[in-house]
Design a protein around this ligand. Structure first.
Ligand SMILES: Cc1cc2nc3c(=O)[nH]c(=O)nc-3n(C[C@H](O)[C@H](O)[C@H](O)COP(=O)(O)OP(=O)(O)OC[C@H]3O[C@@H](n4cnc5c(N)ncnc54)[C@H](O)[C@@H]3O)c2cc1C
Length: 405
């Protein structure tokens, strides 16, 4: 098997890179050990910062830290990457760029408020912008991971006047997860509409936990909207995350639709290399390891959280190519909620996204790196997880494509 581009990892970074490669007519394969962070994350795609203006936050970060991945591209390149990504989501699970390029204000399921940049169409864009809006939050008596009343009580202390109501979902499982509820509603959403009739009153917007179906999500949202004449939006719940799973599924369908190959469930365990070129990925498939060869390779294995890097007693080890991992010590003694040094650990790259060693030299001419595997940033304190993954996935693929020019 030989491809123009071989990508290791199927998270936001790897899939974005694959879609760029395919859209430039390159034969492309993605090798993935399994689910990515999309399975856990809210589906709110942060660009940068928990404030109103993400572009100022990016400038501040890049200025303060020239080793930050955002310092490797300018605002135009970032905007192109985000526009490309959003376009790819449109057939399956559409996201939108905010019209004013500002962050949206969005609720969390525990009644917190935060900022984020890209939202799926039914995630309540501007749900919090209008304080006079008559919003009714619906919970499910048999879904323990979400309390509409708790969310509403906390939001109302911040000046809103939402109301809450609960109905039984009708799903027969004793203890349901968001996935159980979504698959139940895929099969039987008309019954939910009947249960909602007595509790939907005096409101122009209905808010649900993000369990409104997986395969039939759009149909379900439209059916509720039509039945009650209200806006409908979802609030992310505890993991697993339906919005993230819908996005992942939509991106993977797009990848396959464009002719990409996805080897799902198989970890890459090592590379073949000859001098300064990588010549193949060794992939652990049932029965025997297989070699997947390419002209260019993109590493997007998600660092420590994604499983691409392993924390050992004395070092952090990059698991596929054995690349050097730049490490940082813990910088904040508050430990759990403070900034964690290791969060910034990762692979250092040059301006073409190629991994470099401590001496600054390129390791392989045809290997590029993107996303959470990169060094120099911390998505949990900077609110830039999805933004860095999308922008650097886009950049890495374009840099690989430039090798043909
Ligand atoms: C719990 C949690 C919540 C988050 N919430 C948010 C949020 O609300 N908003 C936001 O913007 N960001 C959030 N983030 C951060 C954001 O999700 C990540 O920074 C971003 O999605 C990383 O994307 P990635 O593609 O680089 O890596 P990942 O999503 O980690 O993907 C890595 C991929 O590589 C694969 N892989 C790993 N090792 C191998 C191997 N050896 N061979 C083949 N494949 C391999 C994995 O299976 C996976 O497919 C959250 C992260 C976590 C963990």
């Amino acid at each position: 098997m030989r491809y123009d581009t071989v990508i290791c990892g199927a998270g936001l970074a790897g899939i974005t890179a694959a879609l760029v490669s395919l859209s430039h007519g390159k034969s492309t394969a993605v090798v993935a050990r399994g689910e990515s962070s999309l399975y856990y994350m809210s589906g709110y795609l942060d660009l940068c910062g928990n404030g109103d203006n993400p572009w100022n936050a990016i400038d501040d970060l890049a200025h303060a830290n020239p080793a930050h991945p955002f310092a490797l591209s300018d605002a135009k390149e970032k905007s192109e990457a985000l526009a490309f990504f959003v376009e790819q989501t449109s057939p399956g699970y559409p996201y939108a760029i905010p019209v004013d390029s500002r962050n949206h204000l969005v609720p969390t399921c525990t009644g917190g408020i935060r900022h984020t940049y890209l939202l799926p169409a039914n995630a309540g864009a501007d749900g919090l912008a209008d304080r006079g809006r008559r919003v009714r939050a619906i919970g499910f008596t048999d879904y323990r991971d979400y309390s509409a009343q708790l969310m509403v009580d906390r939001l109302n202390k911040k000046g809103y006047s939402w109301t809450a109501a609960e109905v039984e979902s009708g799903c027969s499982k004793v203890s349901q997860t968001s996935i159980d509820l979504a698959s139940y509603l895929d099969d039987d959403y008309p019954a939910l509409i009947d249960k909602l009739r007595p509790v939907v009153k005096d409101c122009d917007c209905l808010v649900f936990p993000a369990v409104l179906g997986f395969k039939k999500h759009r149909v379900i949202v439209e059916a509720i909207r039509d039945a009650f004449g209200t806006a409908v939006f979802e609030v992310p719940t505890l993991p697993p995350s339906l919005p993230g799973m819908r996005l992942s599924s939509a991106l993977i369908s797009r990848l396959r639709g464009l002719g990409g190959d996805l080897f799902w469930g198989f970890p890459a365990t090592a590379d073949n290399s000859a001098g300064d070129r990588c010549t193949g990925l060794i992939v652990d498939t049932p029965g025997r390891p297989r070699l997947i060869e390419g002209e260019n390779y993109i590493l997007a294995t998600g660092g420590i959280a994604g499983g691409g890097a392993l924390v050992e007693r004395e070092r952090i080890r990059e698991r596929v190519f054995g690349l050097p991992v730049e490490t940082y010590g813990t910088t904040d003694e508050r430990f759990l909620f403070g900034e964690q040094g290791f969060a910034r650990s990762g692979i250092r790259v040059d301006s073409d996204m190629r991994p470099i060693g401590p001496d600054g030299k390129i390791i392989y001419k045809n290997l590029f790196c993107a996303g959470r595997a990169l060094a120099g940033y911390d998505p949990f304190t900077e609110y830039d997880g999805a933004g860095v993954a999308i922008v650097t996935g886009y950049q890495a693929a374009l840099a690989a494509i430039r090798r043909w020019d």
